[in-house]
Design a binder for this molecule. Structure first.
Ligand code: PLP
Length: 471
């Protein structure tokens, strides 16, 4: 790594930045700044740390994009990937199969709850959700219910970036300039207890949010509603941990009206909450479909999966289904090299007891998050497992954030990065999901910088006359 840094001198970084601005359109690029960005150039990694082209060592607070579970620089992962490249780098999943993909499908079927035993491989999370939504529509066509097509999702949810998965996403700020399939997706409110009316108890709030689901099904007509889709913990919508019992009650409502439940575990799967999947073990639900990606390969290669219950498969299949083709899939469905990476990732997680480690270290991690509450600009902190969010609210009396609040995530991120920590900014929030191998000492290091970063951002506001400390 050191010799790599030697080669990338100051001039090298500038050259990369220039080319980045010239040629590379990034996800969620602000076109007003296109061509004028000053991005950090990542060139290496080891464990929980990323190295940039200027020789800085940065704690990867967001774990890439909620995905680097086993951490960077795993040689055995490189060997597994290289080995599969030499053995069999590709096969067509349309007419062949592969030992490695079959082994992974079997493994996933064993890790998922209940009767979720059929695995449809995709290229990432968006395509996993897209496939789940298409499968739900296909299922109702198979069952002769062409009108049962509506999907209910939630405000602030993020389910991906294909036309359909983006349509099922509910983040208002993403809705401005794109087109969406508004005719088949309906939204209910986010179950964010931080946004509940002050006079209401958490239980009352939960019951209200569950009732909203039932009311929405009744409003649309149960014969028109195909599925409810939900992340167990809303991730990029701000680590929204729902009130206890929420998902169980939503599932009961879905069962009452013959509405399918899709649990989007793209973030919560593969140890983020201390279990392979959070649906059953943390939230006591066995959904009809689980979608996953990200931590499935710890981000070493792109791969996703949409895992379907035996019940659904049986209802769609059988003698009467001859010639009924599920025409959905990708050139890279079940890509053998990505599957080899996933199998190696699962093997490492098992061998190193990473799920147990997450469960053991979770209370410590969450206690460090809680300690940030005493900083005056922090409005709320929350988290579960190894995912957390710090939300700034400059005026706690305001129900919704001020314009200045919207900058706080970025202000804190730049302060922290200068001290060696990346924390992903989301409007007025900073979200964290470090690699699952993080130790207590590294958690201490992370929160020491984060506290300093928030305080520095606060001092900056005071210095520039933008905000005053409340009395
Ligand atoms: N679903 C959830 C809950 C996600 O957080 C994401 C990505 O962040 C996706 C789906 C989309 O996954 P991908 O970016 O791999 O397509």
């Amino acid at each position: 790594i050191d010799s790599c840094f030697d080669k990338i001198n100051e001039q090298g970084t500038q050259v990369f930045r220039k080319k980045d601005n010239q040629f590379y359109l990034h996800p969620w690029e602000d076109l007003g700044s296109f061509g004028g960005n000053d991005r950090t150039v990542a060139v290496g990694g080891e464990g929980i740390y990323l190295f940039d082209s200027e020789g800085n060592k940065l704690i990867d607070g967001p774990g890439g994009m909620w995905c680097t579970q086993i951490g960077y620089g795993r040689e055995e992962m490189a060997d597994a990937i290289a080995g599969q490249v030499m053995r069999s780098p590709y096969y067509s999943p349309f007419n062949l199969t592969s030992d490695i993909s079959v082994l992974l499908a079997e493994k996933l079927a064993r890790l998922t709850p209940g009767d979720l035993n059929t695995v449809f491989f995709t290229t990432g999370g968006s395509t996993a959700v897209d496939s789940a939504l298409r499968l739900v529509a296909f299922y109702n066509n198979c069952k002769g219910r062409p009108n049962k097509k509506r999907i209910i999702s939630r405000k602030d949810a993020y389910h991906g970036s294909t036309y359909l998965s983006a349509s099922a996403s509910g983040k208002t700020r993403d809705k401005n300039y794109q087109d969406f399939a508004t005719d088949i997706i309906s939204f209910i409110d986010s179950p964010n207890p931080f946004r509940k009316p002050r006079a209401m108890s958490v239980e009352e709030f939960r019951d209200l949010k569950v009732k909203e689901l039932e009311d929405k099904i009744l409003e649309l007509g149960p014969d028109n509603v195909a599925a409810f889709i939900a992340e167990p913990v809303m991730a990029s919508g701000g680590v929204v941990v729902p009130p206890v019992g929420y998902h169980r009650m939503c599932l009961d409502v879905c069962r009452k009206y013959d509405v399918l439940y899709i649990s989007d575990e793209v973030v919560t799967g593969f140890g983020r909450l201390g279990h392979w999947f959070a649906s059953e073990e943390v939230f006591d639900i066995i959904p009809d479909i689980i979608t996953c990606a990200k931590g499935l390969t710890s981000g070493y290669l792109p791969l996703g999966a949409c895992i379907v219950s035996d019940k659904l498969m049986a209802e769609m299949g059988g003698e009467q289904a001859k010639g009924v083709i599920f025409s959905n899939g990708y050139t890279y469905s079940g890509h053998p090299v990505a599957c080899a990476a996933a199998l190696k990732n699962i093997e490492i997680m098992e061998r190193e007891n990473i799920l147990e480690h997450v469960r053991e270290i979770e209370p410590y991690f969450l206690s460090k998050v809680k300690e940030l509450e005493d900083i005056p600009i922090v409005g709320n902190v929350r988290g579960q497992g190894l995912m957390a969010c710090v939300e700034c609210l400059l005026n706690p009396e305001e129900e919704s954030p001020l314009e200045l609040d919207y900058e706080m995530g970025s202000r804190i991120d730049s302060q922290c990065q200068a001290m060696g920590l990346i924390v992903r900014p989301v409007i007025n929030m900073n979200v964290m999901s470090p690699p699952l191998i993080i130790t207590r000492e590294q958690i201490d290091e992370m929160f020491k910088i984060l506290r300093r970063g928030i305080e520095k951002a606060m001092d900056e506001l005071i210095r520039d006359g933008l905000w005053e400390m409340p009395n």
